[in-house]
Design a protein around this ligand. Structure first.
Ligand code: TMP
Length: 208
């Protein structure tokens, strides 16, 4: 059987990933594809340890956090019930909200980037996506969306951090430009225009 496609969405907090993931998965299902929507951090026990840090309840440094995200990601790939590999092998597409690119940008701005990248990219159990869509929105607009939609902010959800993370994302995309399929989409526009661009990108990879 043909393997499923593995699509990742990335972007700053408040960049509108949830909305665009919803629109793309609806289109894929309409096309008759089987799609599994997932996200990182996962709902695993390790994901819970990570959420405690993101919520500011427990402090951990960037190396500890990188290792936790790595463990969570390995579990996300290999767990036999609802892991990424399990679904791809059955021909089911995966649409994932964040993946290792987030570790490179968020932890890789504080920990040594090479270390964060190699432990993810060299891990044989971590599957490489077919496509990464980065929703590019300026930090000002993201900050406003966070302010309007959330009751509390997580540790990275402030403008100074988001500026550094955005810069890191672009440095990382430059490093990966020959080995990964990364598409940057201007997501400051109307939701339907952004969605139309994303669907075009998906259509360019769906039969490959
Ligand atoms: P979200 O559920 O709102 O996307 O929040 C997840 C947060 O976790 C977000 O601030 C980005 C952060 N994160 C990392 O720092 N490293 C990672 O590897 C991943 C997957 C997420």
């Amino acid at each position: 059987m043909k393997k499923g496609k593995f699509i990742v969405f990335e972007g700053l907090d408040g960049s509108g990933k949830g909305t665009q993931i919803e629109l793309l998965t609806a289109k894929m299902k309409k096309d008759g594809r089987r799609v599994y929507r997932t996200a990182e951090p996962t709902l695993s026990a390790t994901g819970g340890l990570i959420r405690d840090v993101l919520g500011g309840f427990i402090q951990r440094d960037a190396y500890e956090l990188s290792a936790l995200f790595l463990a969570d990601r390995i579990f996300h790939n290999i767990n036999p019930l609802n892991g990424i590999k399990h679904f791809l092998d059955q021909g089911i597409d995966i649409v994932c909200d964040r993946y290792y690119y987030s570790s490179f940008a968020y932890q890789g701005k504080d920990a040594v980037l090479d270390w964060v990248m190699s432990m993810n990219l060299d891990c044989p159990e971590i599957i490489r996506p077919d496509l990464c869509i980065f929703l590019d929105v300026d930090t000002e607009s993201c900050d406003k969306r966070i302010e309007d939609n959330r009751f509390s902010r997580e540790i990275y959800e402030n403008k100074a951090e988001q500026e550094k993370i955005r810069k890191r994302f672009f440095e990382v995309f430059e490093l990966l430009k020959n080995t990964e399929n990364i598409k940057i989409v201007n997501a400051s526009r109307d939701i339907s225009l952004v969605s139309a661009d994303i669907i075009k990108i998906y259509e360019s990879i769906k039969e490959i």
